[in-house]
Design a binder for this molecule. Sequence first.
Ligand code: ADP
Length: 617
Amino acid sequence: MKRPRRPDIAYVALVGGSFVLALAASWAAPQIDNQAYDWMFRLYEPEPWQTEAALLAIDEESLATFGGLRNIRGPMAKALVQVAGAGPKAVAVDLILAEPSVEADDRALEEAFRTTPGLVLSAQLISGGARWEEPLPRFARHAAAVGHVHAEPDHLDSIGRALPLERQNYRARRWALALEALRVSRGAQITESPEELQVGGVRVPAHIRDGRLMRIRYVPPTMPPLERVGLERLLAEPALAAKFAGKVVFVGLTAQGAVRDWLFTPYSPSIPMMGVEIHANAYETLAEQRFLTDAPSWAVLGFAALLSLGAGLAFSQARLWQAYLAALGLLAAAHVVPYQCFTRGKVFSFATPVAAAWFSSVTAAGWQHLVVRRRLRRAEADRLRYQQTIHFVTHEMRTPLTAIQGTSELMTRFALPEEKRKQMAELINSESKRLARMIEIFLGVERLSAGQVELKKESFDAADVVEACVKRARPVAERKRIELRAEIMGENLALTGDRELMEYAVYNLLTNAVKYSPEQTRVTISAERRDGRVRVAVEDQGIGIDRKEIRRIFQKFYRTRKAEQSGEAGTGIGLSIVEQIVTQHGGTIEVRSAPGQGSCFTLVLPAVVSVSVAEHS
Ligand code: ADP
């Protein structure tokens, strides 16, 4: 079973940060939630119901026929008498009758109101909420209730989604026209608690904290519209009054343009709905108890946090394709859950979970891609290094092995004179020793660089090291007819450390010098003591090194372009070993080189102090 990986702190912080960012973004853009709400509103088709509200519409025809709104009271009085005859449950008049008009009309209207069952009149706050504009007392006298007619358009996009069921100023409080119409039609009382209102068995969830806002569940366009009769038509055709039997009648202006009393709705963001219709729709919401309430913020936050957590875990624990699948699922959930909630009457933020799912998934995926890529790159580099090490070992070992093999074959195949046999046996012996030494050095250096071994601490002379190396390198130099010159200056060239390793380092510089020089040139190796340091320099007249590449030649496996082109075999590991050896001895390497001008590698090593004391004595 795969052990769950412990996620990185940086990763946790990043995914957490993306969650916070998602919250901030969704809170900074509430219009997204509004748009999502409207979209769900249009998408969701509620079960059709029998509507109860009806409209007595003061439409364009009515205004045209009766000479405008100023002269409407007389005809309205006549129409109301017709309506009352049909037996409605209640009649709500969405007109502010605060000013007297022609006395004869007012009297007729007052008379009509007197016989209207369940009359609800309208009031509104004016002068910035300082004053209630109320119906004239002569009208109000006959009203069972007076309700306010404020609908609340959204301050961001002027779409009417909700209605405050209660409005008040310091003097008086009024319930909404629709709520009063419900109360009157049910012959009930309104009882209130901070969370809700109750009217004749209807519990209205409208928290006082939110100003008792109630979202309006508009009658969907898929249903037959609310019953509506124009005032002028009703007077012309009194039989139409029968349509109002048992209904709650809303009387008001439907002629657009007469008064600016309209709002856009989620169903019609471009065609406005008149105020009286909005009140009638609010009445339907109340009567049908089709309430849309906000899901609690903790649920939204919790859901969004779960989505982020899911994305974070998926990309850190699962395989990449599984993580992508999981992210897809989370995104789908983020989109679908708000809609599912909507169909159950809960308004769930859309922007918050969607933003959380997207931000976190993208962040987690991005991070994992980077990490996976980095891991791949590292694995690739490890593989390459391993390959090159193998290459180095095999290449370096081939020469002594070939010599051993060839010589031993000669010895077994031919009867050779004793003298020759002895020579050959010696060769085999020295080559196998060389092989053993090489393995030891290689392993030793690897262990040295891994900090696994202590350096040997013996005393030796740099002059001896130089001499031994020159002896070994001479045959190689002669093959290219390169003159090998050794210059030992002064006598006290004592060093401490591992002589064998030091010899390896110097020999490496010498063979490099020969390797990267053309035929018939000169390689000079010198050793001297200066300023308490022993300097061993190897100078050649070879191909040289580009200035930009000098720093890199000490990297493992780095070879200059010129070296690659020279056709000389190499692994690029030698100098990295040399550098390690010198560093372990407390020394440094100086390189002076220019392309085509030759190179000079100088080992600068600390000289032994006791020797310098002996010098003075
Ligand atoms: P190798 O010689 O096996 O390639 P080294 O680690 O010894 O590996 O050297 C690394 C690189 O440094 C060489 O490939 C070569 O490009 C460059 N280099 C080393 N010594 C010399 C030199 N004397 N002249 C020119 N280039 C050199």
